[in-house]
Design a protein around this ligand. Structure first.
Ligand code: NAD
Length: 419
């Protein structure tokens, strides 16, 4: 029996069993690696603007504490439940281990649509959530960051709330803060920038000319919009983008800076150039060089995987491809190159790590330094994944996850089982 359930948790668990089989991990060792160390559920009451009281359920899951504190984002979305949060925490562990960070994975969230709250209500809920979490988090225990539905402003409220209770400013309690409140240069752009960097590397390896290549991007928030902008700035024609309000298409390439400016003014793509509207269901299967899913989990299922008409899938989102879809992609052989999520979007946690280190030292870096180190870590992890995939003739996701699992397992085995 477990409290974790739902399709996203089942997906993380079934992916792990594939890796455990490949690594021949004995069955009695598997639960110790897979099952989260701690999970907490909190009730967060707030006063609504109309004078009523509303209660929202919040979660935090810490997957393992073997390598250091846990680290992971906080998601505000109506669909959030503890199974999804646990899956995201597990993926975060393999990701941190793959790129060599001294963290276990964590994730948190609240089951709320942030668009349904006023700014005052959002602040009240963010502060109440952090206040409820104080016994469970800390700069050397568990460090939060943004994810879907949260941003720099929410991180600033988290940091302020924690600091008020400590009686001193504790910037290192969260990452993804505004630069003006102890954040690092280059964090807001880090995930999308890393996605685009890896796409360019793969294009070079596959002999795809970058200038004039085509891309589609699903999701136009922090990750999707920056990935689209970076690709656009590299000369890639981004022919389609989408968000939860709809999709936009232009065969000659969209004006990404104009769409970002539109979203900054209006909050979404809804009113942007309606003459270019596209059915969002068609987006991922458009013919193009690169597909970047950068919105949510499980959007590439077996049917979509069979219908993809791209050369590269760059997983900006966490868990966008189901295990059934993975099998189809595998069967398609070299037709489609997958940059798996735990590598593809790891630029975010890499630069979060830099932010934490800078906050602990109170010594801040130039943006060039942040970018140079981010790309260095991504390149190293990419090279190691490719070497492993070629050596063992396994799928890129298998190679990447196996390297993450191996590092956690190695540390657990060396430390032993307490008491
Ligand atoms: P965000 O809230 O900034 O943006 C999410 C975007 O997805 C929005 O544009 C939203 O409209 C869109 N969206 C939601 N439902 C959609 C749908 N059905 N179809 C198309 N678009 C839809 O979130 P984000 O931080 O950009 O995160 C996106 C993904 O990237 C998530 O899977 C998250 O876990 C992952 N991720 C984020 C970071 C980070 O640093 N923010 C790091 C690693 C991974």
């Amino acid at each position: 029996m477990t409290v974790y359930s739902g399709p996203v948790f089942e997906m993380a668990a079934s992916q792990f069993q594939v890796i455990a089989d490949y690594l021949s991990i004995p069955h009695d060792e598997r639960d110790r690696l897979l099952m989260p160390k701690r999970a907490v559920t909190v009730s967060c009451p707030i006063h609504r603007d109309d004078g009523t009281t509303a209660v929202f359920e919040g979660y935090r899951v810490q997957h393992h504490l073997t390598l250091g504190p846990t680290k992971g984002g906080t998601r505000f979305a109506a669909s959030v439940d503890i199974g999804e949060v646990a899956a995201l925490a597990i993926w975060m562990s393999w990701k941190c281990a793959l790129v060599g960070l001294p963290y276990g994975g964590a994730k948190g969230g609240i089951g709320v649509d942030p668009a349904s709250l006023s700014k005052r209500e959002l602040e009240a809920l963010s502060r109440r959530y952090m206040q409820e979490m104080i016994p469970f988090v800390g700069p050397h225990t568990d460090v939060m960051a943004p994810d879907m539905g949260t941003n720099e402003q929410v991180m600033a409220w988290f940091m302020d709330t924690y600091s008020m209770y400590q009686g001193q400013t504790v910037t290192e309690i969260v990452t993804g803060k505004p630069v003006s409140a102890g954040g690092t240069l280059g964090r807001r752009e880090a995930t999308g920038r890393g996605v685009a960097h890896l796409v360019r590397r793969v294009m070079r390896d596959l002999d795809i000319e970058i200038a004039g290549a085509t891309a589609v991007v699903q999701g136009f928030g922090n990750v999707g919009s920056i990935a689209a902008l970076e690709l656009y700035n590299s000369g890639v024609k981004v022919v389609a983008v989408s968000d939860h309000t709809g999709a936009r298409y232009h065969a000659g390439g969209l004006d990404i800076p104009a769409l970002i400016a539109h979203c900054a003014r209006h909050g979404n793509l809804r009113e942007a150039a309606v003459e270019l509207a596209l059915d969002p269901d068609e987006l991922l299967t458009l013919p193009c060089d690169v597909v970047v899913p950068a919105a949510m989990e499980r959007v590439i299922d077996a049917r979509t995987a069979a219908a993809l008409r791209c050369r590269i899938v760059a997983e900006g989102a966490n868990g966008p491809t189901t295990p059934e879809a993975d099998l189809i992609l595998h069967q398609r052989g070299d037709e489609i190159f997958l940059i798996p999520d735990i590598l593809c979007n790891s630029g975010g946690v890499v630069v979060s790590y830099f932010e934490w280190v800078q906050d602990l030292q109170q010594l801040f870096w130039e943006e060039e330094e942040v970018i140079r180190r981010e790309y260095q870590i991504l390149d190293r992890a990419y090279d190691r994944m490719m070497e492993r995939a070629r050596r063992d003739k396994v799928f890129n996701r298998t190679a990447a996850m196996a390297m993450g699992v191996e590092r956690v397992r190695g540390a657990k085995n060396m430390r032993g089982l307490f008491p």
